[in-house]
Design a protein around this ligand. Structure first.
Ligand SMILES: Nc1ncnc2c1ncn2[C@@H]1O[C@H](COP(=O)(O)OP(=O)(O)OP(=O)(O)O)[C@@H](O)[C@H]1O
Ligand SMILES: [Mg+2]
Length: 345
């Protein structure tokens, strides 16, 4: 491998020479990324597209390939096949240009147990050739404050709780300004308060313009913290996009309150919604007007709720109530993966 040529200081341009397919709007881009362990493909043909400035939630159940993917992105392990670009640079070839601009937390960094949190960070910071020694103490103090460890800075690391260690790991990733943060399950081992703190930390870092790639097996967490999401299952990237895109794709349940349930049912069927018996509840009239509720589960691809109401009205179905319920991401993920995600923790 040839050493990268010297470059003037200042804002770093995309590392590596541009090659076909490199997209400057993406902070992370992979094509056909695959990692095999023996016969098992832990990561299979993954095409990630992480937009610059996004908070990208890399969601998947245990063993779905999140950490393996992250380790390849960071050059910690080699890919079996596929291409990786991080901040425009091809990995691992351009690691020396790319990695200083990337802060990472992967499966708990190793700390010296008998050094304090502060002393551990000072040590790690002094291992970074770009980090000026004169500002080291201030830099370490700021990073500790940022993750809420200021009060415990002088406690020995072995006396830290798992959550505190996790936060110390994030502080380490934050010592220097970064263009990209890669956090592998940063909330692992945190209590609800710690989880909230990590969430707000991630959001405030994103507000500063850092792109954040964060893995999680917790849907609720990703939903509250991310702008984009990629869903892994058994090594495959099932879908990715903005949270809004994914919500819009999901199966929705519509409820129509009408005194004309049979006519409503016919219209829904004609629209291709096939309300099944279990989806259709004709309740006894609640009032003298005899309204009944018709429920249907539908996939709204190419069919907006407005179009459904319009079709009902055009057929003289009297619509007394119309509700689109539960465009929930959770339903969407269960559809996609055939398995549930932890939603609470
Ligand atoms: N070094 C390794 N040798 C063999 N198999 C491995 C190795 N690392 C990971 N695997 C396997 O690859 C698959 C994906 O593991 P990985 O750790 O990437 O999943 P994950 O999504 O990060 O899971 P978790 O949510 O539990 O952290 C698993 O089946 C795992 O057993
Ligand atoms: Mg993992």
């Amino acid at each position: 491998m040839t050493a990268p040529s010297a470059r003037p200081s200042g804002p770093a341009p995309a590392a590596g020479s541009p090659s076909v397919g490199a997209d400057p709007s993406l902070a992370v881009q992979t094509t056909g990324l695959t990692k095999a362990f023996g016969k098992q493909r832990a990561v299979a043909d993954v095409d990630l597209a992480v937009p610059v400035g996004s908070v990208y939630g890399f969601l998947g159940p245990n063993g779905s390939g999140k950490t393996s993917t992250i380790r390849m992105l960071l050059g910690l392990t080699s890919a079996t096949s596929g291409d990786i670009r991080v901040l425009g640079g091809s990995m691992p070839d351009r690691a020396r240009d790319v990695l200083p601009r990337v802060g990472a937390l992967v499966e708990g960094p190793a700390f010296y147990p008998f050094l304090s949190g502060r002393a551990n960070l000072v040590r790690l910071d002094s291992g970074d050739r770009r980090a000026p020694a004169s500002s080291r103490r201030a830099r370490v103090a700021a990073a500790l404050d940022r993750v809420g460890l200021g009060h415990a800075a002088d406690k020995k690391a072995h006396a830290y709780s798992l959550g505190m260690k996790q936060r110390l790991g994030i502080a380490n990733a934050l010592l220097m300004p970064r263009d990209l943060l890669v956090l592998d399950e940063p909330s692992n081992g945190l209590d609800p308060q710690g989880t909230r703190e990590v969430r707000s930390l991630v959001r405030s870092l994103a507000d500063d313009g850092t792109t954040i790639f964060v893995s999680s097996h917790l849907l609720a967490e990703v939903e509250q913290m991310c702008t984009h999401i990629g869903v892994m299952s058994a090594g495959r990237l099932l879908t990715q996009g903005t949270l809004d895109d994914l919500r819009a794709l999901g199966a929705h349940r519509v409820r129509v309150l009408t005194p004309d349930p049979d006519a409503a049912h016919d219209v829904l069927v004609r629209l291709g919604l096939r309300p099944e018996a279990r989806d259709r509840h004709l309740q006894p009239p609640e009032t003298a007007t005899g309204s009944a509720r018709v429920e249907a589960e539908l996939t709204v691809e190419g069919l907006t709720p407005e179009a459904i109401v319009a079709a009902l009205v055009a057929d003289d179905v009297r619509v007394r109530g119309f509700e689109v319920a539960g465009a929930s991401l959770e339903d969407r993920f269960v559809d996609l993966t055939g398995e549930g995600f932890d939603v609470a923790g």
